[in-house]
Write a protein that binds this ligand. Sequence first.
Ligand code: FPP
Length: 252
Amino acid sequence: MFRPAKAAPRPVEPAGGQGGGAVPRHIAIIMDGNGRWAKAKGLPRAAGHKQGAEAARKVLRAAGEAGVECLTLYAFSSENWRRSADEVGDLMGLLRFYLRSEIEALHKEGVRLKIIGDYKAFAPDIVKLIEEGVARTSSNRRMTLAIALNYGAQAELVQAARRLAERAAAGEIAPATIDEAVIGAELDTADLPPLDLLIRTSGEYRLSNFLLWQAAYAELLFVDTLWPDFGAEALAAAIAAYCGRERRFGGR
Ligand code: FPP
């Protein structure tokens, strides 16, 4: 692959998944369409979220079997607090249920649970379940499931900028040494592989404040399928579409 001689450091450039046949190392998904799925079936929105959580479980398994190293799921954005108290309560109930019932299954499957976002804003019992789940699975190496909870990419970048500014003000780092790698290392995703493929379901074409920095060179895929209908076959089709793309990272 061509690289300009004076290229700036590009922490987002994958070492592996280059498209053209290789399975993406890191896939992120904006799981959209739960509400429309429920409405089309005459069901309450909560039923759509429940079916969405089932889809997440299926897609995680399929991703692991395909050899994907990391799956990042946008489960609750920092903007989702604006939904009705009932809907937020339903989502929190689902989160509680899955943290209680799924951690052992994740552990047996060799999956490491990671959370990105400010999960400490959640109820104390959920924070405890999250931290127990993260600790329980921390030594697993087969695959990482990163769940974005109370996550917003702009807030993530603000936090990183503040931490770096504080270190610069304290004389610990020189501002001139702040580059892409330094910023990338301050993000919640610092220990994850570079993002290769970002999928949004339900026919919407927005990133909605998700992984804005990390998506710089990711392949984007927008599909019409509503998230609760997305499963192993849809994931395989997404991976096939990714494999057919030519990734140039700004080169030719
Ligand atoms: C978007 O669909 C989906 C969400 C806001 C939540 C995603 C959550 C899940 C898939 C369930 C698993 C989550 C937890 C917390 C365990 P939407 O409601 O915006 O759908 P719509 O655009 O059709 O209304």
